[in-house]
Design a protein around this ligand. Structure first.
Ligand code: RIB
Ligand code: CA
Length: 308
């Protein structure tokens, strides 16, 4: 079977690291590159962290640094209380040996998609500024991609930053509005499903046994993320936001999807809210998930011997 050729746009971030290591471990995926964005941490830290993850997993791939601030508004504060100041909880984030791709995220996205027409799926697991900038740089990207999967939004559940807004949308609502109104084949993986998928201490301990270097790092980093979920959600475990978006590509049968247009609120008390309906292009919104099956895929893939 031809592997899924993907670029992950990411703000690593602990659950981002979970998603990136999943993509590196899954033989069904060819990771063509990482593009970085602010959100969980600054873009500079996200770039450092993404480069370091490629070295942690012995899985070289291009990393292109993205926008340093939202399209039109001042940056929001980074959630140090969720991912730690450096982005990996209490785990240090070593300086990587490799340097980022000199083209930057928007050019890297446009040029890679143009070089592989109809083959690349962009999986966005951070704020959507880079994707909006790529659409502005070369609108043909909307026709050239195979698909776009966005971890973001909250259609029928409350937000996680405000009662209305999910973090990746909230950080740059104007960018999200541009991405949701583009005519590319898009799938939305929002809190409606990602908050239903829980990773536990036993899951990450099993991954650490199977992959002592990469899994051991993840098991140490996730402890900080567990503590946040215990305090904020009274949850024994953690929400698997970003890995769930990757599994929506490799295992779509585990999701219930609903075709709808989605509008993004860009002002007022509900800024960053994603609302079903409107006159925009229709996308596939995930509204249900087989959570246990998603976690089985996650643990089995990270334990398959392909990670160090
Ligand atoms: O709301 C969850 C999303 O915001 C995840 O992608 C998490 O990593 C943060 O970026
Ligand atoms: Ca993220």
């Amino acid at each position: 079977m031809t592997p899924h050729r993907i670029i992950i746009d990411t703000d690593p971030g602990i659950d981002d690291a979970m998603a990136i290591l999943l993509a590196m471990a899954d033989p069904r995926i060819e990771l063509m590159g990482l593009t970085t964005i602010f959100g969980n941490v600054s873009t500079a830290r996200a770039t450092r962290n993404a480069l370091w993850l490629t070295e942690l997993a012995h899985h070289p791939c291009p990393v292109a640094a993205g926008a340093r601030h939202p399209l039109m508004r001042p940056p929001q504060p980074h959630p140090d209380f969720v991912h730690g100041v450096e982005g990996f909880g209490a785990e240090p984030a070593p300086a990587p040996a490799a340097a980022p791709d000199p083209r930057g995220a928007a050019r890297f996205l446009c040029e890679t998609v143009a070089a592989h027409p109809g083959e690349i799926t962009i999986i966005a697991v951070g704020p959507l500024t880079n994707l909006a900038e790529a659409l502005a740089l070369d609108p043909a990207i909307a026709r050239g991609v195979k698909g776009v999967i966005v971890m973001g939004g909250a259609l029928r559940v409350p937000g996680n930053v405000t009662p209305h807004a999910e973090a990746n949308i909230w950080h740059d609502p104007e960018a999200a509005a541009a991405v949701f109104s583009a005519t590319w084949p898009m799938t939305l993986v929002g809190l409606d499903v990602t908050e239903a998928v829980t990773g536990t201490a036993a899951d990450f301990a099993a991954i650490a046994r199977a992959a002592p270097r990469a899994g051991g790092f993840l098991d140490r980093a996730v402890q900080f993320y567990f503590a946040f979920h215990q305090q904020a959600h009274d949850l024994e475990g953690c929400h698997m936001h970003d890995p769930t978006a990757v599994i929506a590509l490799t295992d779509p049968a585990l999701f219930r999807m609903h075709e709808t247009a989605v509008e993004v609120r860009t002002e007022g008390a509900e800024i960053g809210r994603t609302v079903e309906g409107g006159r925009g292009p229709r996308l596939r919104a995930c509204i249900g998930v087989d959570s246990d099956a998603v976690m089985q895929v996650y643990v089995a893939t990270l334990s398959n011997g392909r990670l160090p």
